[in-house]
Design a protein around this ligand. Structure first.
Ligand SMILES: *Cc1c(COP(=O)(O)O)cnc(C)c1O
Length: 378
C-alpha cells in the first residue's frame, strides 16, 4: 500500500529535519562551519565543500521549503530580493520580461534600474487582466513574473492561465508567493516553473530574520543556472538565519490560519466603518478577485489594505494614532503592522495617497479592532 502524501502541517514540522544521529537531539543543530574536511583521497565524503556552495543547515531549510511548495528543490538566499536578482541575472542580456505592474516595488526597481545595463526590457501589466498579459508577450519574452495577491491592492491573478500563457510563449513563469505562502497557495501545482519567497515575512514569521528562496517544479537547465549563481554569486543566508527560518516554518500553517481569520474579521469591520472609503481584501465578496481567490487559494491571507476618507492627511494621522499596531514596513510577523505605503514606495508609486496597509498579526482580534476604532475616530 502506498503511503498517502503528508499534509502541509506535518511537512512544516518534519520536512528537512531528522533526529541528530550522533546525539539524539530533537532540535536541529546549527552548522556554522564554513568549510568541510576532505578524505585522504581528496574526496568530500559528506558532500559539503564550502558553505557558499552548500551548508548542512541551509540544506535542511531548502528541503523543507521544497516540500512545502511541492517542488523538487529549493535554493535559499540572503533576502527575497537576492532570490529575485538571481533569476534576472540568469536570463542573460537583452531579455524581455513581463511583470505584474503592482509587484513588490523593490522587484520592479531591480527590473527597471538595476538590470538596465543588461539591456533588460520590462513590460508592466495588470496580470489580473489576461488579455493585457497576452498582448505584452513578444518573441523575445523570456520571463513572466507574477505576484498574487499583489501588493498593496491585493489583486488576484489566474495562476493556471498565466502558467499557460508563459508556456505557450516559451517563457519561464515565476510567482512571488510571499503574501499567500505555500499554506494558502501552491503556484507550482498550477504549472508555474518557479516560486519566489521572501522568507523574511511569513516563513520566518517573527520579524527577526531576512531571507529569500526559489523553489523549482523541475530540475531543468534554468534551475542548474540558478544553483550555479547561488554559489558563484554568493547571496546566501547565514547558517543561523537558515535555522531561524526553519524554526519559523514549523508554525507557519498555524500562524497563517490565525492571521487570515483575524484579517477577515478586520476587513469586515473596516468595510462597515464610516471613516473607511474602501477595503482591499480578497476575502470580501465585493473584491473583484474573490471568486478566483476562493478557487486557487485555501484562504485569503493576513494582509489587507484600506483607504480612509479625508485623503493622505487622514491616512497618516490614523497611522500616527494606533497604539497596539506598530507603524513599520514589512509583513508576516506575529505582531500587526500598519504602513502608509505611498510614503515608502517613492514618487513613482501608483498607490492611492490615502491607503494604509495592514499586516495582521496573531493578537486577539477584539484588541486590534479596538485599537483601529480609536485611531479612526478623529
Ligand atoms: C518583502 C517582499 C519582497 C522582498 O523581500 P526581502 O526579503 O525584503 O528582500 C518581495 N516580494 C514581496 C511580496 C515582499 O513582501
Amino acid at each position: 500500500m502506498a503511503t498517502p502524501p503528508l499534509h502541509p502541517d506535518t511537512l512544516a514540522v518534519h520536512a528537512g529535519r531528522e533526529v541528530d544521529a550522533e546525539t539524539g537531539a530533537i532540535a536541529l543543530p546549527v552548522h556554522p562551519s564554513t568549510t568541510f574536511e576532505r578524505a585522504a583521497d581528496g574526496s568530500f565524503p559528506h558532500g559539503h565543500i564550502y558553505t557558499r556552495y552548500a551548508n548542512p543547515t541551509r540544506s535542511h531549510l531548502e528541503t523543507c521549503l521544497a516540500a512545502l511548495e511541492g517542488g523538487v528543490e529549493a535554493a535559499a538566499f540572503g533576502s527575497g530580493t537576492a532570490a529575485a536578482m538571481t533569476v534576472f541575472q540568469a536570463l542573460g542580456p537583452d531579455a524581455h520580461v513581463v511583470a505584474s505592474a503592482d509587484a513588490y516595488h523593490g522587484i520592479l526597481r531591480l527590473l527597471r534600474e538595476v538590470m538596465a545595463p543588461w539591456r533588460l526590457a520590462v513590460s508592466l501589466v495588470d496580470t489580473s487582466d489576461l488579455e493585457a498579459v497576452r498582448a505584452a508577450i513578444r518573441p523575445e519574452t523570456r520571463l513572466l513574473w507574477a505576484e498574487t495577491p499583489s501588493n498593496p491592492l491585493l489583486k488576484i491573478s489566474d495562476l493556471d492561465a498565466l502558467a499557460d500563457i508563459a508556456r505557450n510563449a516559451g517563457a519561464i513563469s515565476v510567482c512571488d508567493n510571499t503574501f499567500a505562502t505555500p499554506v494558502l497557495q501552491r503556484p507550482l501545482d498550477h504549472g508555474f516553473d518557479l516560486v519566489m519567497q521572501s522568507t523574511t515575512k511569513y516563513l520566518g514569521g517573527h520579524s527577526d530574520v531576512l531571507g529569500g528562496a526559489l523553489v523549482a517544479r523541475q530540475a531543468d537547465e534554468f534551475w542548474a543556472q540558478l544553483r550555479f549563481l547561488q554559489g558563484a554569486g554568493g547571496a546566501v543566508p547565514s547558517p543561523f538565519d537558515c535555522w531561524l527560518i526553519l524554526r519559523g516554518a514549523a508554525t507557519l500553517p498555524l500562524r497563517v490560519r490565525a492571521q487570515s481569520a483575524n484579517a477577515a474579521r478586520l476587513a469586515e469591520h473596516l468595510d462597515a466603518h464610516p471613516a473607511v472609503e474602501q477595503v482591499y481584501y480578497p476575502g470580501l465578496e465585493t473584491h473583484p478577485g474573490h471568486a478566483l481567490a476562493a478557487r486557487q487559494m485555501n484562504g485569503f491571507g493576513g494582509v489587507l489594505s484600506f483607504t480612509v476618507t479625508g485623503g493622505e492627511a487622514a491616512a497618516v494621522k490614523t497611522a500616527a494614532r494606533v497604539r497596539l499596531v506598530r507603524r513599520a514596513t514589512s509583513l508576516g510577523g506575529v505582531e500587526s503592522l500598519i504602513e502608509h505605503r505611498a510614503s515608502i514606495e517613492g514618487p513613482e508609486t501608483q498607490t492611492p495617497r490615502n491607503l494604509l496597509r495592514l499586516s495582521v498579526g496573531v493578537e486577539h482580534v477584539e484588541d486590534l479592532i479596538a485599537d483601529l476604532n480609536e485611531a479612526l475616530s478623529m
